[in-house]
Design a protein around this ligand. Structure first.
Ligand code: BYC
Ligand code: FE
Ligand code: FE
Length: 470
């Protein structure tokens, strides 16, 4: 199973050649996918050579091959991490029973829903990032953008394979729908809210890859625990690609913060006068994308999530190493809720609160990055610090979406919220300004004025390397 077949139209290690019907069905979907890529993928640059990595094996160390590739010729493949042993289900009511290689009939609906939701985010993000190449701050960054884009395309392939292989006609219909919905479209939007938000400049791009791709990391890690083994192994391999997306976001923001700090000092506190980005704007962008990404974990109290866990479909982050009790039938979790206008702690049955357990892990990981960025500010000699807003602030899903909160998490009136939201969240003036300073920089090794250079190039190449041949 581990061997990768590179010869067919669709590279894979799932023995597509051994299932001609399935192979033909996926080869039939390929031109539909290409049509979507040409319409909704990166605008321009489709005939340029880009220095990209392509997955060519599934071995831990050396799965990636770096070379110049034109994006439409990228080899989108279907890969699963191989298994070493006979696995058993690691959590929930079926704990210890053998993992499923086929879909258990009674869970077909829930699995389909999870896979379609995951799948939908992948093309959505490509659509959101469609125009960013034209305003890239360097060839290095442009290349990273396209790397993320082709890999999100591959993630769509990963999920579409599962739909075709395990869900028959329904799966094929869902796969078609995935190419019909459009990010931000009024009539046929993408499923989850963050994936319909505009991402029209690079401050939003880096916040998106930092905060929103990070939801991907935690959701994929939970699905990598699944008792449905083809899903688990698919998600494990996706996580190897995800690490680069998170690097792009975290280091991109760090580079903006570093440059903004420099310009803040040079201009006596007015980086905008020098065409830079202010720390207040960065804070507003963090507030905006962090909170939209919090929504992606679903409601604080969710019977869907309780079922996914009990049924062995979706576990917790690092279920095996981080937890001892893998059944959690009787536990409780404290969830602060608004009662009569104030926040009080209420007990909730643990399984129903499992979305919040994952959100906790996510917030800790975000906090870690904040500490790093604040060290960058400290080193630059500035006293300003960036923070994460409360998980209650600016929410559109779950318990807190019915109330208004300030960034510290205090209940406030709707009027007070509306009077201040422009100060707290990335606003249209910010967006206009950010778009106005972002002009494409295409000289190898050069950076736009509002961002500092990265510490090193890609795959050991120098910064001056021609990452995109224009
Ligand atoms: N927006 O029971 P609840 C990634 C809906 S990112 C809109 O609390 P549940 C990537 C929900 O569907 C990772 N609607 O939700 C990143 C339900 O609808 P119905 C993506 C939302 O099911 C960057 C209702 O509200 N993967 O890979 O417990 C670039 C009640 O919800 C939202 C996954 O999400 C929302 N934010 O949890 C590229 C994994 N949240 O039934 C890629 C699969 C909830 O009332 N998905 N709703 O119509 C899941 O595990 C779960 O579906 C969710 C929601 C965690 C998303
Ligand atoms: Fe992805
Ligand atoms: Fe990603």
């Amino acid at each position: 199973m581990g061997n990768v077949d590179q010869n067919g139209k669709i590279p894979n290690n799932v023995d597509l050649a051994g299932d001609k019907r399935l192979q033909r069905a996926l080869e039939h979907w390929l031109p539909l996918y290409m049509e979507w890529w040409n319409d909704m993928g990166p605008a321009g640059f489709q005939t340029n050579d880009i220095y990209l990595r392509t997955a060519v094996s599934v071995e831990a160390g050396g799965w990636a091959n770096f070379d110049y590739v034109k994006m439409p010729e990228y080899r989108w493949g279907i890969f699963m991490t191989p298994t070493e042993s006979e696995n058993s289900i690691g959590f929930g009511d079926h704990l210890g029973k053998p993992v499923w290689q086929e879909i258990p009939g009674e869970y077909r609906g829930n699995l389909r829903r999870i896979i379609v939701t995951q799948a939908d985010t992948e093309p959505a993000s490509v659509e959101q990032q469609r125009f960013l190449g034209t305003i890239a701050p360097s060839l290095y960054d442009m290349r990273n953008l396209f790397q993320v884009n082709v890999e999100e395309g591959r993630h769509l392939w990963a999920m579409v394979y599962l739909l075709f292989r395990f869900f028959g006609k329904d799966g094929r219909d869902e796969a078609e729908e995935l190419l019909c919905r459009r990010s931000g479209d009024e009539d046929k939007p993408r499923i989850l809210n963050a994936f319909n938000e505009a991402c029209d400049h690079w401050l939003s791009f880096f916040c998106f890859t930092h905060f929103t791709d990070r939801d991907g990391k935690f959701q994929l890690a939970s699905l990598a625990e699944s008792g449905f083994e083809p899903l688990a192994r698919t998600c494990k391999f996706m996580l190897t690609e995800e690490a680069h997306h998170l690097f792009v976001g975290e280091s991109g923001l760090d580079r903006i913060i570093k440059r903004s700090a420099e310009l803040t000092r040079e201009t006596d506190g007015d980086p905008i006068s020098a065409g830079g980005i202010s720390l207040e704007m960065i804070q507003r962008s963090i507030n905006y994308w962090f909170t939209f990404s919090l929504d992606l974990f679903g409601g604080e109290i969710s019977s869907n999530a309780a079922n996914f866990f009990g049924e062995g479909l979706k576990g917790r982050f690092k279920e095996h190493s981080r937890y001892e009790d893998h059944v959690m039938k009787d536990g409780i979790k404290i969830i602060p809720q608004v009662v009569d206008g104030s926040v009080v702690e209420e007990e909730v049955p643990y399984r129903n609160a499992i979305n919040e357990v994952l959100r906790d892990e996510y917030i800790d990981d975000c906090q870690r990055a904040l500490r790093k960025w604040n060290r960058t500010l400290e080193k630059a000699g500035l006293e300003t610090r960036l923070t994460l807003p409360s998980r209650r602030f600016h929410r559109h899903q779950g318990l807190y979406s019915d109330h208004s909160f300030d960034p510290e998490g205090n209940v406030i009136t709707k009027d007070r919220y509306e009077a201040n939201s422009g100060r707290w969240l990335l606003n249209s003036d910010d967006n206009d300004y950010l778009v106005s300073i972002m002009n494409q920089v295409i000289e190898p090794g050069k950076m736009a004025n509002w961002i500092s250079a990265p510490a090193r190039g890609i795959n050991g190449q120098p910064l001056e390397f021609e990452y995109v041949r224009l």
